[in-house]
Design a protein around this ligand. Structure first.
Ligand SMILES: Cc1cc2nc3c(=O)[nH]c(=O)nc-3n(C[C@H](O)[C@H](O)[C@H](O)COP(=O)(O)OP(=O)(O)OC[C@H]3O[C@@H](n4cnc5c(N)ncnc54)[C@H](O)[C@@H]3O)c2cc1C
Length: 404
């Protein structure tokens, strides 16, 4: 006789939603931390960006090539259904100016409370403060071994999260469990993170931000990506949404080109050439002040150039350098910021081995996965919690309703 028909490993948003959705089957939720939902509590600086406004196709486009895999999950439990789930449990929500959905109380604690209440309503048994160290296939299902106990079950959901912010409990141990059960894991790497650049000349301008700028990423001399969004200079390199959202596609050694002026080189050249004729002795300083760039950047761009010089006095090589810096300022990516700052993990249990309609393993019957432990990651803006809720819901429903 199984200890529990269904065991869920991991009490994050995916595991809690799976537990809340698993029907009548008695369920054990095992959480290594002293309490479930520790990462949820720090989302959006404690305010919890639950999901994002938009149609499902719009949402699906934000998961870096995992649209097909996530389609059944997101249509099965949509952003509107996520909002209704929380509303039904007393959590009013609103959309901010960026179309992010947050609880009206701006408290992640309320979101966690609603999930825990939903689990209590279902009579879930919560075993917390004990870490699962191994999972094995048995003739009738699975044996789950924690530091202190052994449990058996016929269905198992792994919802152990990724590797980022390991202090919250998601330390990547789920990957070992997946591998123990024969599941391939795409090597995990930090995503939604800033980048460090050891020789970036502008770190003294830390805190300076640019609205809606284009950055290009070059690898081995070839363009590997082009992204647009707000950019922030930090004391170690670069951050801001445009960097954070594209960091999953960047590698150490990549060369970034930052278009501060938000103009093409041709455009800028044209402006430069036009200026002396129309403006007589227009100076370099005035030329730069006429661009949409922060004033603090100007001395750094000028270098040894005299801002009082008229444009016609500037040597050709100085002009080329200045205009290149305005449109393609170089920064070498030495490293992505690590697991303690990355908001999510790219990589994880290979989605090709799961049935997207159920989240069940194609390799091991009765084994399901949900949330960030899988090779699924989205942009910032509520997409990652939406994926955790949708895949958790689907895994819970499938495992809860499957024939024993
Ligand atoms: C600072 C920060 C801010 C964020 N803000 C947002 C946001 O506003 N909106 C958004 O959409 N996303 C946000 N994210 C991402 C989001 O939090 C995650 O994508 C989401 O929490 C993933 O849910 P999950 O349930 O898959 O995993 P997790 O939340 O990581 O939960 C996994 C759980 O499993 C437990 N566990 C792990 N291993 C074991 C084991 N061996 N035995 C037992 N238990 C185990 C862990 O303790 C943990 O509680 C943010 C992330 C960070 C770090």
């Amino acid at each position: 006789m199984d200890d529990f028909p269904l065991i869920i490993i991991g009490g994050g948003p995916a595991g809690l939603m799976a537990a809340a959705s698993a029907g009548n089957r008695p369920t054990l939720l095992i959480e290594s931390g002293p309490k479930p939902g520790r990462k949820l509590l720090i989302t959006a600086a404690g305010q919890c960006n639950i999901t994002h406004r938009g149609s499902i196709p719009e949402l699906l486009a934000r998961y870096n090539g995992r649209e097909r895999f996530l389609r059944p999950a997101l249509y099965g439990f949509t952003n509107e259904e996520v909002i209704a789930f929380f509303q039904d449990r007393g959590v009013e929500t609103f959309f901010d100016e960026k179309d992010r959905c947050l609880p009206r109380s701006l408290s992640a604690r309320d979101v966690l409370h609603a999930l825990l209440q939903a689990c209590r309503d279902r009579g879930i048994t919560l075993h917390q403060g004990d870490r699962v160290i191994a999972a094995e296939k048995t003739a009738g299902g699975f044996r789950v071994i924690t530091k202190t106990r052994n449990f058996t079950c016929s269905r198992l959901i792994i919802a152990t999260g990724g590797k980022s912010f390991p202090k919250t409990g998601s330390d990547g141990s789920g990957y070992q469990l997946a591998e123990q059960l024969g599941h391939p894991v795409i090597p995990p790497r930090p995503a939604l993170t800033g980048i460090e650049s050891d020789h970036f000349a502008l770190v003294s301008l830390a805190g300076l931000s640019f609205e809606d700028r284009t950055i290009e990423v070059y690898r081995n001399g070839k363009r590997a990506g082009r992204y647009r969004g707000n950019l922030l200079i930090t004391h170690k390199g670069l951050s801001g949404p445009v960097i954070i959202n594209s960091s999953r596609n960047m590698r150490p050694g990549d060369e970034l080109r930052l278009n501060f002026a938000d103009l093409s080189l041709e455009n800028l050249n044209e402006r430069w050439n036009r200026s002396p004729k129309n403006g007589g002795s227009r100076t370099v300083g005035l030329f730069l002040k006429g661009l949409d760039i922060p004033r603090r950047l100007i001395p750094e761009l000028l270098g040894s150039l005299d801002p009082e010089h008229s444009l016609s006095q500037v040597k050709k090589q100085d002009r080329i350098r200045l205009l290149n810096d305005l449109t393609a300022y170089p920064a070498t990516l030495d490293r992505l910021q690590g697991w303690n700052t990355a908001m999510v993990t790219a990589g994880g249990a290979d989605t090709a081995k799961f049935d997207p309609k159920t989240m069940e393993s194609r390799l091991v019957k009765g084994l399901y996965f949900a949330g960030e432990v899988m090779d699924v990651d989205g942009d910032s803006g509520g997409y990652n919690l939406q994926a955790a809720f949708s895949t958790g819901f689907l895994a819970g429903q499938s495992a809860g309703n499957a024939e024993a």
